[in-house]
Design a protein around this ligand. Structure first.
Ligand code: ZN
Length: 135
């Protein structure tokens, strides 16, 4: 594990949340990106070396819509940066973590990502991400 790449926050309304987080952080988001496969629209804010990722559902079946329905708005996941996502998946499986997608997929911000089920990490959804350089 390297650094905390970003913290993902589920929001109902991206536009409103963008304004709130811009006020909080003193700087506007630097990009907005839709990830069709996940049914989300995201925005990113820089915070030093890390980022805040706001996530709004774009359809009712989106994992973000379901999360908000169950738990309300709030922290949705913590993403760790890794140098070798395939090796980390292998290592974490051995450690007993439940890996949700064993083949990394293309996520927001041109990253290869995978997720660990919250039940294996005390209620927190964990994302691993690696720069998508080798495609
Ligand atoms: Zn994320």
């Amino acid at each position: 594990m390297n650094t905390i790449e970003h913290i993902g926050i589920a929001v109902k309304n991206l536009e409103k949340a963008n304004a709130v987080y811009a006020a909080l952080l003193g700087e506007k988001h630097y990009k907005i990106e839709a990830v069709a496969s996940e049914g989300v629209k995201t925005s990113f804010f820089k915070v030093g070396e890390s980022k805040i990722e706001l996530l709004e559902a774009t359809n009712p079946d989106s994992p973000i819509a379901k999360f908000i329905e169950k738990r309300g708005e709030g922290i949705h996941h913590i993403a760790f940066y890794v140098d070798d996502i395939v090796a980390e998946i292998k290592r974490l499986k051995k450690e007993g973590f439940v890996v949700l997608n064993e083949t990394p997929k293309l996520g927001a911000d041109n990253k290869l990502v995978t997720f660990l089920h919250p039940k294996s990490s005390h209620g927190v959804l964990i994302e691993l991400c690696q720069e998508n350089t080798n495609l």
